[in-house]
Write a protein that binds this ligand. Structure first.
Ligand code: NZQ
Ligand code: ZN
Length: 388
């Protein structure tokens, strides 16, 4: 096991009816800015619950943060914060609203010239202050509610990039499974697949004797297999399945299973560029890469592929190569059973053309990922060519 330092200060308040606790979680003297997305919270009653809970607080609001939050939109929130001397932020939404709020929390106190440098120039880890914020999670998927990461898009620069800082752990996150009842089935599917792939990015590398992290990762993956179909039930939604869906997503990327182990993140890196160039949802962009990356890297990932296949998917065979083939097939079949495509062609995209365009894009980004740092733009192009 590698050396590590673990820190996670986010308070989790979990369960039906927990939004009402907001009134005690945010200091009464705060000037609060509530940030949200395109309006789902107005339709499903979450907006009302939040404003009721904060009726005694001085509350401002900023709506319109889009999926894959845009730098230009977020800078408008920064302006509002400075004008109104806001000192506490509340993100009410999914990963995009929470990630956007994390950026805003840093940018509002940033004195430098160009706040995009926080994302692009690795400045985030060097900054000393950010506004405090909490979250009300409405879409379980990213674990942004319980981690120190944020992913921001900037279409003008043709980029989607992540940054991290311990200053952007939420002070608290409220997880009420009933707020997921209004999610379209597609978003639940996306959340399940995103969380599943978060675990694999941290697990499917090479063995380093991290028995507990391996077993915890396997527990998360097996939980997703066990609850996925019930979590996709819409009519009526199943509380227990939604509660497990919510908590498993938070645990998939809150840092714990990634401690002391090598990590990959090539699928996410390639996926972010696919979202920028072709508009695929985040989880969709991952599912068209991962099975092919597993196949392309089957020698480097040999031991972990066998372990994953046998322990999680129940795939065993006399010959390791056969077991690995069966494992990758079983993973794809699982994604298909959730209604998630695993090929670029399923979106009407030509893999050869995508590979060519993506190689240019990734070269421009100076892309290298993977647990051996060997997923180069050329390797990514080869992986994408297989996605048919
Ligand atoms: O904007 P509104 O109207 O709220 O609608 C949203 C949005 O259209 C809707 N939605 C959210 N909660 C709902 C709801 N609709 C009905 N009922 C509810 N309860 O869902 C749509 C998608 O929301 P979004 O926040 O974009 O989805 P998600 O949570 O999947 O976040 C995706 C973003 O997170 C980044 C992704 O790259 C992407 O930008 N990620 C962040 C990570 C992190 N911070 O650690 C890690 C991830 O790997 C990921 O990269
Ligand atoms: Zn993800």
């Amino acid at each position: 096991m590698k050396n590590f330092e673990y820190f996670n200060p986010t308070r989790i308040v979990f369960g039906e009816g927990s939004i009402a606790q907001l009134k005690d979680l945010i200091p009464l003297e705060s000037r609060v800015l509530m940030l949200y997305g395109g309006g789902s919270i107005r339709k499903n009653g979450v907006y009302q619950q939040v404003t009721d809970a904060l009726s005694k607080h001085e509350l401002f609001e900023f709506g319109g943060i889009e999926p894959n939050p845009e730098y230009a939109t977020l800078m408008k929130a920064v302006e509002l914060i400075r004008e109104n001397k806001i000192d506490f932020l509340l993100a009410v939404g999914g990963g995009s609203v929470i990630d956007g709020t994390k950026f805003v929390a840093m940018a509002a106190l940033y004195q430098g010239e160009d706040p995009w440098d926080i994302v692009d120039q690795g400045l985030a880890s060097k900054l000393k202050e950010a506004l405090p914020f909490g979250t009300v999670l409405t879409l379980p998927a990213t674990s942004s509610e319980m981690n120190n990461k944020s992913v921001i898009s900037n279409h003008e620069k043709c980029r989607k990039k992540s940054f991290a800082s311990d200053l952007i752990y939420p002070k608290f996150s409220i997880l009420d499974p009933t707020v997921t009842y209004s999610l379209p089935k597609k978003q639940v599917r996306n959340g399940l697949v995103d969380a599943y792939i978060h675990v694999l990015e941290q697990y499917l590398t090479y063995p380093v004797g991290a028995t507990m992290q391996d077993r915890q990762s396997e527990a998360l993956l097996m939980t997703i297999h066990e609850i996925a179909l019930s979590a996709l039930e819409m009519d009526p939604p199943d509380y227990t399945a939604r509660a497990n869906y919510m908590w498993v997503c938070s645990n998939a990327l809150n840092g714990l299973v990634g401690m002391g182990v090598p990590q990959d993140w090539a699928t996410h890196g390639i996926g972010h560029a696919l979202t920028v160039l072709y508009g695929l949802d985040h989880a969709e962009s991952l599912a068209v890469v991962l099975p092919w990356l597993m196949w392309y890297k089957r020698e480097q990932k040999h031991d972990k592929l066998l372990q994953y296949g046998s322990r999680v998917l129940g795939q065993n065979a006399e010959h390791p190569a056969e077991q690995i083939d069966k494992t990758i097939e079983a993973l794809s079949a699982f994604f298909h059973s959730l209604g998630m495509p695993t090929t670029l062609t399923a979106y009407g995209l030509d893999p050869d053309k995508v590979a060519e365009e993506m190689q240019k894009q990734l070269e421009d980004e100076k892309f290298t990922r993977g647990e051996h740092r060997d997923v180069t733009p050329a390797a990514a192009a080869e992986i994408l060519r297989l996605s048919r």
